[in-house]
Design a protein around this ligand. Structure first.
Ligand SMILES: O=C(O)CCC(=O)C(=O)O
Length: 603
């Protein structure tokens, strides 16, 4: 018996499984941030926009007295971080981090106070670690889900005990959120027949929309606002709510009487809520503009003008059948990873350059540059030079960067390859995908996909995708083989050297996508890496690896090269990868083919 008693005290009781899929849910934070406009914060729990909060995320690490009351129609949470538990959770290396007081000026607290002042709704989201939610989200592999629109009905500050603070306590701002009744009953309180059916293949009409249609709720539990909840403080004259059953106290942390009861004593250590304070106080209406604003909009599949690489097309997808949010991970279609519903994207072939280079782009070359050399082109029937090559020499013999540029006529080959890439990507011959990143912050749960689309051909290349997704050259689409051949030809024309590459990584970027700083560090990588650029111009920055930058020096870009349609950039020498890293930031829609030699059967 004593053992049973101990268990029930220390372990939360198992929760019942979710009756059905929620109307809006995801398996990673990235899926939420890319598909749900009310929450775009990859770190932290408060998503702000224009000084107020759009989305508020509830997870583990609740503070004292955080709660989920009245079936979830009242939620109390501490806003804006700085908690003991949050500090240690974010502290991946495990160093102790002291909890500090929250202040009204803290950005998140300030933004939440703004919502309160303006009576502006926000969206609450939870994950499977949010203890007070009554159902087990993980029973359906739901990591994050959207509760709905809420309004802040009370806000106050309180002391919370803290182990890591020398005074033993810290100031926390608390917020009481109330469900907006216009949404009907919360989805988690509905019976299974109302909810979304899982993995249904029977062509049933989606029930997601009907769950969220925002009709006035005749079953509202609203009560008139109690008149006797707020009282002024004799010292600061500010009104504070009677939050605790034990007594009223001033809850303004700027007042000398903060946390003091009318008797002059501090509030006791153990407090519980005044039941009147926890009731749903009155009807919280949703402004008209919010009434159908929760469900993410379906992206335009066949836009006027045929451009399907705009920023809007980099955003994710909300499956109306099962409620799952997902990233756009395939070039040619949206597909729900849960119920496999697909929608094809219909674009047109674009001609280069897709946009011109912005004037603001400047060239910073901090490295010795050799005079450009011109080269001829033998098989195109042109007289005069076909292009020029500039070579940049890295300090201390670490390597060379060659930029091979061709004139307009010689670029016809690049034009044709660019067109073939687009056709093969949209008909599914070339499977451009956003692959899971290999190393992801420990804080980000679930998969995290690269920012751009890619496909690897020839030898395996582990930087993206991993070996299993590589297509051997014999099965590779013609665009990729032609790109590799053109790179080899240009190097021969411009540098007079013969290179045979056995691997090509094709990368495709939509508006605002890029490849982050990295070095090509594949085991067995040959000393020459060369890339063909197609479509919009891009900036390629090189900088020293952090281990080679003295501690007190700022790490700046050592060199920036502008890559235009048809350019081939060659990185020559192992030192370019061993001492430097590079990033590529396109202006807009762009495709790049980067060719390497990699020892066959490398680990
Ligand atoms: O040119 C590009 O888009 C990036 C190529 C690159 O850095 C790579 O494949 O490692």
């Amino acid at each position: 018996m004593p053992v049973l008693h101990l268990l029930s005290e220390t372990q939360p009781l198992p929760k019942p499984p979710l009756k059905a899929f929620p109307p809006i849910w995801a398996q990673s934070r990235q899926e939420v941030c890319e598909s749900f406009e009310w929450f775009r914060s990859y770190q932290g729990g408060v998503y702000q926009n224009n000084g107020s909060v759009k989305g508020y995320f509830l997870s583990a690490f609740s503070a004292q007295r955080d709660c989920f009351q009245c079936g979830g129609k009242i939620v109390i949470s501490h806003g804006g971080g700085k908690a003991d538990s949050i500090s240690s959770a974010q502290n991946v290396k495990g160093q102790a981090k002291t909890a500090v007081d929250q202040r009204a000026q803290d950005s998140s607290v300030q933004a939440l106070l703004e919502n309160y002042r303006k009576n502006q709704p926000l969206v609450l989201l939870i994950d499977d670690k949010y203890e007070p939610f009554p159902f087990d989200l993980s029973s359906r592999e739901v990591y994050m889900t959207v509760l709905g629109f809420y309004k802040i009905i009370h806000t106050w500050a309180e002391y919370q005990s803290s182990n890591s603070n020398t005074s033993g306590r810290v100031v926390r701002y608390k917020f009481a959120f109330q469900w907006c009744e216009d949404q009907g009953e919360p989805w988690w309180s509905k019976g299974p027949s109302d909810a979304i059916r899982s993995n249904s293949n029977n062509n049933q009409v989606s029930v997601v929309t009907s769950l969220l249609c925002l009709l006035p709720d005749v079953r509202s539990h609203s009560q008139p606002k109690p008149a006797n909840l707020y009282f002024p403080c004799a010292a600061c004259s500010e009104k504070s709510p009677r939050v605790y059953r034990q007594a009223w106290a001033c809850l303004n942390p700027a007042c000398s009487a903060f946390w003091t009861m009318p008797s002059g004593q501090s509030l006791p250590e153990n407090l519980d809520y005044n039941t009147e304070f926890l009731t749903v106080i009155d009807h919280r209406a949703l402004p008209l503009s919010y009434r159908d604003a929760l469900l993410p909009k379906t992206p335009v599949l066949a836009p006027h003008g045929g451009v399907t690489t705009s920023y809007a097309h980099t955003r994710g997808w909300h499956c109306r059948k099962c409620g799952r949010l997902s990233c756009r991970s395939a070039w040619e279609l949206y597909q729900c990873p849960n119920c496999k519903v697909c929608a094809s994207i219909l674009g047109r072939v674009r001609r280069p350059p897709c946009v011109d280079i912005p004037l603001a782009y400047s060239l910073h070359i901090a490295i010795q540059r050799l005079a450009p050399r011109f080269f001829a082109h033998s098989d195109i029937g042109m007289s005069g030079p076909a292009g020029r090559c500039q070579t940049f020499i890295l300090p201390d013999g670490k390597g060379k960067i060659h930029l091979i540029q061709t004139n307009r006529l010689a670029n016809l080959e690049a034009d044709q390859i660019f067109e073939a890439y687009q056709k093969q990507a949209s008909d599914g011959t070339l499977l451009l995908r956003r692959w899971p990143l290999r190393s992801v912050s420990l804080l980000l749960r679930g998969q995290f996909l690269t920012n751009y689309f890619s496909q690897n051909s020839g030898e395996t290349y582990h930087y993206v995708g991993g070996g299993a997704e590589t297509v051997p050259f014999v099965h590779a689409p013609s665009s990729i083989v032609q790109a590799r051949d053109l790179i080899q030809k240009r190097i021969h024309e411009a540098l007079g050297t013969q290179h045979k590459f056995n691997e090509v990584l094709s990368a495709a970027y939509m508006e605002q996508q890029k490849m982050a700083f990295h070095s090509d560090s594949e085991h067995g990588l040959g000393p020459v890496v060369a890339g063909l650029s197609m479509g919009s111009p891009a900036l390629m920055h090189f900088r020293l690896l952090s281990k080679y930058v003295p501690r007190n020096e700022q790490r700046a870009n050592a060199m920036t090269v502008v890559l235009r349609h048809g350019d081939v950039l060659v990185m020559e020498g192992a030192g370019v990868q061993d001492f430097y890293e590079h990033t590529v930031v396109p202006c807009n829609f762009r495709i790049a083919a980067t060719a390497r030699w990699i020892e066959p059967h490398h680990a």
